[in-house]
Every structure is written in structure tokens, then in C-alpha cells.
Design a protein around this ligand. Structure first.
Ligand code: PMP
Length: 305
């Protein structure tokens, strides 16, 4: 990853990819106190376009506020940084990683408050859970690791340290031969995947867990809007794992994971064990929107000119 050509936006400047480094005493490297985003740009008939950029930047700033972290740049600066890295790296489509972290100014648990650094990197990235997964669905395992409790870490912040829990869960699931983990909340109800929100379909209605301990996913919100436009009923409620077992369809949503069908949970086939028709329709609409093929949702696209 470090050994590439290209440019990374680093504290307001485009820096050569190989020079975008930081000191080993970087506070966030030690304690995980930082915030980040995952954003995508897709190739469209009018060139690359960033999907829901303002919503991602807004969430980055909300995450920082939750952690009490002051970002030394404006939202406009961060939006512009995304456009600059696409152009500088001559990308047609990409995944972006904006991140704010504490530097090496001080290593006590309490960081030096004004020592916040920000990067925006971008690189080409295909289907996160595989092209095959998008088409046929993935195999998921309920994790032995519980999702965060609302008063231990802050679930609404997309915070670096929160992802230790995600990594433990994902490593466990993939080591056991599954594609992804499903995490339950502290009360045993379905929360989310290691990097995805979850939906199930039953008798033509869509269900998704409330956001108590799940990230407020931008793809989740996109899917809710698509489903509403398609006249589907969406119910936000506590969901149990046996409701997932017996669902007609299930799918994960996320910027990286896009709309990925779940064909199996804990060795139980979901529905027919393939991508279901409602999932397929939502997935199709999602890809049309992000790829600039849907005039009604152009407002979600920021074109890189
Ligand atoms: N939950 C978690 C834990 C995530 O990391 C992500 C990815 N950001 C999501 C849900 C989905 O969020 P979004 O659709 O905004 O990418």
C-alpha cells in the first residue's frame, strides 16, 4: 500500500504517495482516537462522480464532534481535497479514505488538542466482498464478538478504535471460511456487519435494525430512499438472528460493500440461498444511481471536472 505512485492530500497539500508518512509516536497509532470515512467515486458518462460526498463529510465532522476532536479544516476544504486527489491521481473510479488523527506532539492518554492532522487518500478498489458475492450472495457467521455498547465507545462516530471490534469479528468469520461476520448488540439483537448495515426482507417488506448500536450508514439511507420510491414498506426495529434465518432475503449495505446479498447465515440458507428479487431490484437501482444512469438522483453525485 505504501509502495505506490500517486498523491495523497495531507494537511492541505498534495504529497507524493511514498512521502505521506507519519512518526511512530503518532498518538492515534497508539490509542485509536481518530475519525475516518469511506467514500466512493464511480465512473459515469460524464466522468468520475463522488457519491454523497457532502453526507460523508458531514458524518466525518459529526464523528469528530462526538470524540471532541477539532478538525483544522472546513467541510469545503475536505470536499475539495476529494476532488483534488481524483484529479491528481487521474482516477476514473476509486475508494477514498479521509481520516483525521492526532499527531506525535504528546503521547499521554490525553492528546495535544491542537495536534490534529488530516489526510484524504484515494485508490481504485473493486467489489469489497467480491464480484461473485454481489451476484450470488455471501456466507455470513454470527460473531462471538458483541457490537459496541453505546456508553463504551460511541457507536455513531466512525472512529478508528471502534474497528478493533470489527477486525476481530471479521477475522474470526473469515478464518472459519465465511465471507463476513454479523454482530449482535449487548442485548443479543442483530446490530450490523463488521463494516455494513443489514436489511432483511419478509413477505415483501423490508426490515432493518434501529441505529442504537449500528453506524448510521449512508448506503442504508440510500437504500431506504430507493425502497420508499419503489413503494416498499420499511420497518426499523429490533431484529433477532432467527428472524434473519427465516427471512426471505437478506443483504448488507455499505460504501465498500455496496448492496451485497447474504445467501447464508450460520449454515442456514436464506430464502432460496441466492440473491432474492427485491435485493436484486434495489441493487440494480443502487448501481444505476452511483454510476450516473439515474437522472432523478443526480443530486447525490459530485462530478469531478
Ligand atoms: N457499519 C459499519 C460498522 C461500517 O464500518 C460501515 C461502513 N462505513 C457501515 C455500517 C455502512 O456505512 P456506509 O453505508 O455509510 O458506508
Amino acid at each position: 500500500m505504501a509502495d505506490r505512485d500517486g498523491f495523497i492530500w495531507y494537511d492541505g497539500k498534495l504529497v507524493d504517495w511514498r512521502d505521506a508518512t507519519t512518526h511512530v509516536l503518532t498518538h492515534t497509532l497508539h490509542y485509536g482516537m481518530g475519525v475516518f470515512e469511506g467514500v466512493r467515486a464511480y465512473e459515469t458518462p460524464r466522468g468520475p462522480a463522488i457519491f454523497r460526498l457532502q453526507d460523508h463529510t458531514d458524518r466525518l465532522f459529526r464523528s469528530a464532534k462526538i470524540l471532541g476532536m477539532n478538525l483544522p479544516f472546513s467541510k469545503d476544504d475536505i470536499n475539495q481535497a476529494h476532488l483534488d486527489v481524483v484529479k491528481a491521481n487521474k482516477l476514473q473510479s476509486c475508494y477514498f479514505r479521509p481520516m483525521a488523527f492526532y499527531g506525535s506532539g504528546k503521547l499521554g492518554v490525553a492528546p495535544k488538542k491542537d495536534d490534529v492532522q488530516v489526510i484524504v487518500a484515494a485508490w481504485p478498489w473493486g467489489a469489497y466482498l467480491g464480484e461473485d458475492g454481489l451476484e450470488k450472495g455471501i456466507r455470513v457467521k454470527t460473531s462471538s464478538f458483541t457490537r459496541h455498547h453505546v456508553n463504551i465507545t460511541m457507536c455513531k462516530a466512525k472512529a478508528n478504535g471502534n474497528y478493533m471490534n470489527s477486525i476481530l469479528a471479521n477475522n474470526e468469520a473469515t478464518a472459519d471460511g465465511y465471507d463476513e461476520a454479523l454482530l449482535l448488540d449487548v442485548d443479543g439483537f442483530v446490530a450490523e456487519g463488521s463494516g455494513e448495515n443489514i436489511f432483511i426482507v419478509r413477505k415483501g417488506k423490508l426490515y432493518t435494525p434501529d441505529l442504537t448500536s449500528a453506524l448510521e450508514g449512508i448506503t442504508r439511507d440510500t437504500v431506504v430512499q430507493i425502497a420508499q420510491e419503489q413503494g416498499l414498506e420499511i420497518i426499523e426495529k429490533r431484529i433477532t438472528r432467527d428472524e434473519v434465518y427465516s427471512a426471505d432475503e437478506a443483504f448488507f449495505t455499505g460504501t465498500a460493500a455496496e448492496v451485497t446479498p447474504i445467501r447464508e447465515l450460520d449454515r442456514r440458507a436464506i430464502g432460496e440461498g441466492t440473491r432474492g428479487p427485491i435485493t436484486a431490484a434495489i441493487q440494480q437501482k443502487y448501481f444505476n444511481i452511483v454510476k450516473g444512469l439515474d437522472a432523478e438522483h443526480e443530486h447525490w453525485l459530485t462530478y469531478v471536472k
